[in-house]
Design a protein around this ligand. Sequence first.
Ligand code: APR
Length: 231
Amino acid sequence: MDIHNIVVLTGAGISAESGLATFRGADGLWCGHKVEEVATPEAYAENPGLVQAFYNARRRQLREVAPNAAHHALAELAARWHGNFLLVTQNVDDLHDRALAQTMPGHGFRLIHMHGELTKARCNQTGHVRECHEDLPADGNWRPHIVWFGEMPLEMDSISRALRQADLFLSIGTSGNVYPAAGFVAEARAAGAHTVELNLEPSLGMSFFAERRYGRATEHVPAFVAELLQR
Ligand code: APR
């Protein structure tokens, strides 16, 4: 099959081996909390102190982790792929950004953080988004630049356009629980793309994927990228 346009979707599983917790672990909690306690606009309105403290802790944790072999392999693919390549992540960590910056310094490679970014803050009044590497106070004007449940994911038009033109759709480290991301595989498939899932275990959408490989991202992603670049 002739592949020119690639769209990759990643989820929490790609950062797990860097030491960041996934959302739907065995205990059903995200770092000790139910998602509705910390990841909804209602939670922020009712208990801004708890929500800010939660995301402050997640932001601080980024300083203790580094991109792993799977992030680096995707950065290499982005740098070397001859056709179009779009990386869409549901992750709010900055590990893809850091891997890309190491592999492609100075290149304005486009990575879409569809669920927002821990390293940015958004003004409650104006919606203005700025870089943020410090703790945010409970009573300020700035909220984490995170797409919470009930809010609209970012850059959906660009993502849909890329999915309609995709020849290969690759889904990595996501459980397929959260829409619209969980529906991307069906969109890409309808557009005629070859669809591949790389995950620790079968996701909810597994039957939509033409090809499936199960195991750790740090093993499967570098291997898959090497195969692609050898074609
Ligand atoms: N390698 C590959 N996959 C892994 C690994 C690993 N080392 N470790 C875990 N996984 C897989 C799990 O098997 C699981 O299927 O990663 C997936 C992670 O799933 P979730 O925790 O549900 O994370 P994700 O799919 O990214 O969640 C989507 O939900 O809470 C919201 O907004 C949040 O972006 C998030 C969205």
